[in-house]
Write a protein that binds this ligand. Structure first.
Ligand code: MLT
Length: 311
């Protein structure tokens, strides 16, 4: 039996299943100072994006050496100091496949929202305004979508956008074409220059900082639409606001923020920003799949380790 701490919520069927397997599961979010104490008492941690597992948490866990596994119930590992955890003998794992459709569908949803002013019409109608003439939109069909990064989520987005009649350009950091006849591999610069819509699907690189800043905005078409469901730091929020105000960016969809919950009022009150609070992976189906993957990770990494140790 292992003690498992779930700090950012998990599918309830998965929690039940873990308990049925004989594990003790505690579902509670702790702020850093409390987490430093709590982590000493658990064999495994399951986190989404809200909990940050940095050096200080790992050092605290090492005091008792109970913590053997950290599972990120999601794709990105940017909220965990992976190499430091691994150097200290803690296995770090994620669930990279489970949420691709959910995030891709939200990206497409945001694109429709931007193209047809759905996000802002929702706000103004609630204020009693009837702005029919202001909300003439555009169609996605026939437009060029540039996908920055071409992993699972990006490929799912490409499939859906292509079915809507969009032309797909993609670029990735490895510089490798992926052999799709229906999508065109281009350089980052070409993608920025040619796309009507740009959707970001790359992890945040702390050392390099924002991938989309003033220079990149300058290269984009006038009136481009930008969608960021990847990570907050990938887009420089100040540069985005400037690009929105100058009209370079017609409208932007933002699900992830430099700081979460965001305190950037200028951004979250901007009239041409479609907002969601980091919910790319938040569908029943994705969370159920993530829950199943978490159980597999625990079975594979923890049960085996416990068995090795105990017998
Ligand atoms: C992910 O990386 O998969 C998401 O950010 C997970 C989440 O919703 O917290």
């Amino acid at each position: 039996m292992a003690r498992i701490l779930v700090t950012d919520g998990m599918d309830q069927e998965a929690v039940k299943e873990l308990k049925n397997l004989g594990h003790e599961v505690v579902e509670k979010h702790f702020e850093v100072e409390d987490l430093k104490e709590q982590v000493k008492n658990f064999d495994a941690l399951v986190v989404r994006s809200a909990t940050k597992i940095r050096k200080e948490i790992i050092d605290a866990a090492k005091e008792t050496d109970n913590l053997k596994l950290i599972v990120r119930a999601g794709v990105g590992l940017d909220n965990i100091d992976v190499s430091y955890a691994e150097e200290n003998g803690i296995i770090v794992s994620n669930t990279p496949k489970a949420s691709s459709s959910a995030v891709a569908e939200l990206a497409i949803g945001h694109m429709f929202s931007l193209a047809r002013n759905i996000y802002i019409a929702n706000v103004t109608m609630r204020n009693g305004e009837w702005n029919k003439k202001q909300y003439k939109g555009i169609e996605l069909s026939g437009k060029t979508l540039g996908l920055v990064g071409f992993g699972r989520i990006s490929k799912e987005t490409a499939k859906r956008a292509s079915a809507l009649g969009m032309k797909i350009l993609y670029t990735n950091r490895s510089g490798a074409k992926e052999g799709y006849d229906e999508y065109s591999y281009v350089s980052m610069e070409e993608l920025l220059k040619k796309s009507d819509f740009i959707s970001l699907h790359v992890p945040f690189n702390k050392e390099k900082g924002a991938l989309i800043g003033e220079n990149e905005f300058n290269m984009m078409k006038d009136g481009v639409y930008l969608v960021n469901l990847a990570r907050g730091g990938v887009v420089d929020e100040k540069a985005l606001l400037k690009a929105l105000d100058s009209g370079k960016v017609a409208a932007a969809a933002v699900d992830v923020f430099e700081k979460e919950p965001t305190e950037n009022k200028e951004l979250y009150t901007h009239k041409r920003v479609s907002l969601t609070p980091h919910i790319g992976a938040s569908t029943k189906e994705a969370q159920a799949r993530i829950g199943k993957e978490v159980i597999e990770k625990i079975k594979k990494n923890l049960d085996r380790r416990t068995a090795d140790v105990c017998c």
